[in-house]
Design a protein around this ligand. Sequence first.
Ligand SMILES: [Zn+2]
Length: 167
Amino acid sequence: MDLILRCPHCHGESLLTVDAQGEAVSCGLCDRLLFEYELASERCGVVYVLSNEEFPGLVKIGCTKRAAAQRAQELNSQTGVPGILVVEAYWRVDDPFESERLIHERLATQRLEGKEFFRMSVAAATQSLADAFGAAPTFSRSASAGLGSQSAGSGPTYPSVDWRSAK
Ligand SMILES: [Zn+2]
């Protein structure tokens, strides 16, 4: 499958042929990294940590075979729940359901009965899962916020337009 990519930095277009290998994709004109991808497999998924400003001191820990952002969106579209769930961190794992079960078991004393909510801070939850998986999160909101402010100061500046919302 071929995709036409529009660079959010220089607005140049590149053609990408998506294949099973996956790769890091850079803009053909300004050479900035646009994104990295891989094809989703049947088995893999993520275990995620979500927070909600309306419920300080609580995190939601769960899993999905899809993307953490999609799952958060789905949960946020359910009516009757105040606030917005935010993806704080996730780990890409081979067996999301088994991984989730082990994590829930490990954190059983902090669990709200019958729910996927745990009485702990985002930092404590992230550390606890990092220990359990023996790996830093695949994505961490706090880490990516740091990267964002770092890269904003480097390289040439271009007018910033959100091309995703452009028609
Ligand atoms: Zn570019």
